[in-house]
Design a protein around this ligand. Structure first.
Ligand code: RP5
Length: 187
């Protein structure tokens, strides 16, 4: 995508990419230009601060930041930018991502990070779209269509489930009673 990025998607390491890619993918689906990059709070602290300080003036409107373990990237970026920051707790090998979640979500008063679920990069992308959609009618219409599709999919699932249960119940009615359990002899 060649248009100027409006969402920065940064992560502590390239090992976060398998999780973070979902944010970039959904932004692509909505036609929102994004710029993925590696930016480590602990290994590249000066670059991280420079990125956060420059983000708004470079044209970014939202930052999605993902990290695992002692995940300080989203919170530190939020402390040096006025842009909304969405944090993605990346699950690592140990602790199931609880460490990442708590590191990101437990921000001090005054410096918010909108934290999504552990591994919830797709929702981070969707939240960024919603933030942008507040001042973008086309994006807002796309989001409404997306939500209508979700609803139809969920309705179809309900229909399919009800049909399966009807078939199961009809099968039960046809099956001959086994053992001591049967009509008039239920448990
Ligand atoms: C964190 O350390 C990164 O966000 C990543 O989740 C984790 C491990 O990084 P690597 O050792 O794989 O580079 O800062």
């Amino acid at each position: 995508m060649s248009a100027r990025p409006v969402v920065g998607v940064v992560m502590g390491s390239d090992s976060d990419w398998p999780v973070m890619q979902a944010a970039v993918d959904v932004l692509d689906e909505f036609g929102v230009p994004s710029a993925p990059d590696v930016l480590s709070a602990h290994r590249m602290p000066t670059e991280m601060i420079s990125y956060g300080q420059a983000a708004a003036s470079l044209g970014l409107k939202v930052i999605i930041a993902g990290a695992g373990g002692a995940a300080h990237l989203p919170g530190m970026l939020a402390s040096v930018t006025t842009l909304p920051v969405i944090g993605v707790p990346v699950p690592l090998k140990h602790l199931d991502g609880l460490d990442s979640l708590l590191s990101i979500v437990q921000m001090p008063a005054g410096i918010p990070v909108a934290t999504v679920a552990v591994g919830g990069a797709r929702n981070a992308g969707l939240l960024a779209v919603r933030i942008l959609a507040v001042s973008d009618r086309v994006l807002s219409e796309r989001m409404a269509d997306f939500q209508a599709d979700l609803r139809s999919t969920a309705q179809a699932k309900g229909e399919a489930l009800r049909a399966r249960v009807r078939v199961l119940r009809a099968g039960d009615e046809l099956a001959p009673p086994m053992g001591p359990i049967g009509p008039g002899n239920e448990l």
